[in-house]
Write a protein that binds this ligand. Structure first.
Ligand code: NAD
Ligand code: TYD
Length: 350
């Protein structure tokens, strides 16, 4: 079996669903169910004995030791994190706690478990750490895209905490020989993303007739990857990746935020004819320290492991919008009081 952390969140739940759709191998899913984790994401697995869910903290060493010795996973895929840049600006402490201290606790528990495995199981074991392209900092318009050797230059509390966790993972491979893999991925979008991130927030606001808040001049650039493509890349890295290596994952879809929002409005109008969603676009105060451009050079994973994205931005976005339109109950459950408090805090003065 494999242990997945953060498997009730956006990417983690998509990964668990895809994994169990394609493989008979069971998943032990450890998730604290913070505001970002939602068991509704895994409702399809309710009666599936291959999915074992445990609510718990990756920082809980005793729990980790017990789960590892009871379930004896052959691999760990580590998604659990605080993941939203704007929240990291309002409250960075949780990012250190989960992303740095939590990852450290997970590495320590894994090292103890892995060290006691028979030699052949030690060699086959993998610890796959899911990280972000944001650790590389911000690019100018003409700079080459981030590669695996781009120096780290994190600019937000979120990216600083992820950079730190990447370094810990690297050190555990280098010092103890733990067979780690790290992936640094660009911005994901798709079903089950919490509506605090750009694309789902814009979908929710558009449908509700609310303003579509574009930060600053809307010219910041991100590379966008459909979550299903990301999950496929993770499976390939887990299966064929070389221990100790880093793989960048991207969607070949660099876009300015304003263009993303206009494309989204077009897709929405195609699916809900008669409404001019673009008229809801509003420019609001910029994010402090807002990184200007991210871009990913994903040549290594394509050349070495044969992975490349299947979806274009238009095809992935259309599937995403359809999913949100078809899953109103999911959205109603998600947009709770806590969600409203976040939206009030983040967008009030803007
Ligand atoms: P998310 O915020 O949607 O989900 C995070 C999950 O982790 C939630 O289910 C939450 O309950 C759980 N969690 C948080 N703290 C925990 C703790 N202490 N112990 C156990 N579980 C805990 O995040 P996501 O967008 O799915 O991102 C998953 C991973 O991928 C993160 O590591 C993130 O840094 C990375 N990543 C995300 C993106 C993106 O665009 N979303 C891009 C690149 C990399
Ligand atoms: P986000 O989805 O928060 O991802 P990240 O900051 O990790 O890249 O934001 C994506 C881009 O969209 C980023 O440049 C900030 C911008 N943005 C807005 O313009 N308005 C919003 O309401 C949000 C949430 C983001």
């Amino acid at each position: 079996m494999i242990l997945v952390t953060g498997g009730a969140g956006f990417i983690g739940s998509n990964f668990v669903l895809d994994w169990l759709a394609q493989s008979a191998e069971p998943v032990l899913n450890l998730d604290l169910l913070t505001y970002a984790g939602n068991l509704g994401n895994l409702a399809a697995l309710k009666n599936d004995a291959r999915h074992v869910f445990v609510r718990g903290d990756i920082g809980d060493s005793a729990l980790l030791a017990r789960l590892l010795s009871e379930h004896r996973p052959r691999a760990i895929v580590h998604f659990a994190a605080e993941s939203h840049v704007d929240r990291s600006i309002h409250g960075p402490a949780a990012f250190i706690q989960t992303n740095v201290v939590g990852t450290f606790a997970l590495l320590e528990a894994t090292r103890a478990y892995w060290s006691a495995l028979p030699k052949n199981e030690q060699a086959a074991f993998r610890f796959l750490h899911i990280s972000t392209d944001e650790v590389y900092g911000s690019l100018g318009n003409d700079d080459p895209a981030f590669s695996e050797t781009t120096p780290y230059a994190p600019n937000s509390p979120y990216s600083a905490s992820k950079a730190s966790s990447d370094h810990w993972v690297r050190a555990y491979h280098h010092t103890y020989g733990l067979p780690t893999l790290t992936t640094n991925c660009s911005n994901n979008y798709g079903p089950r993303q919490f509506p605090e991130k750009l694309i789902p927030l814009m979908i929710v606001n558009a449908l509700a007739g609310k303003p579509l808040p574009v930060y600053g001049d809307g010219q910041n650039v991100r590379d966008w990857l459909y979550v299903g493509d990301h999950c496929a890349a993770i499976r390939v890295v887990l299966e064929k990746g070389v221990a100790g290596e880093v793989y960048n994952i991207g969607g070949n879809a660099e876009m300015k935020n304003l263009d993303v929002v206009h494309t989204l409005c077009r897709v929405l109008t195609a699916l809900r004819p008669g409404r001019d969603f673009a008229s809801q676009i509003t420019f609001v105060k910029d994010r402090p320290g807002h990184d200007r451009r991210y871009a990913i050079n994903a040549d290594k994973i394509r050349r070495k492991l044969g992975w490349q994205p299947v979806e274009t931005f238009e095809s992935g976005l259309t599937q995403t919008v359809r999913w949100y339109l078809d899953n109103e109950t999911w959205l109603t459950n998600i947009t709770s009081k806590a969600y409203q408090q976040w939206i009030d805090l983040q967008y009030a003065q803007q």
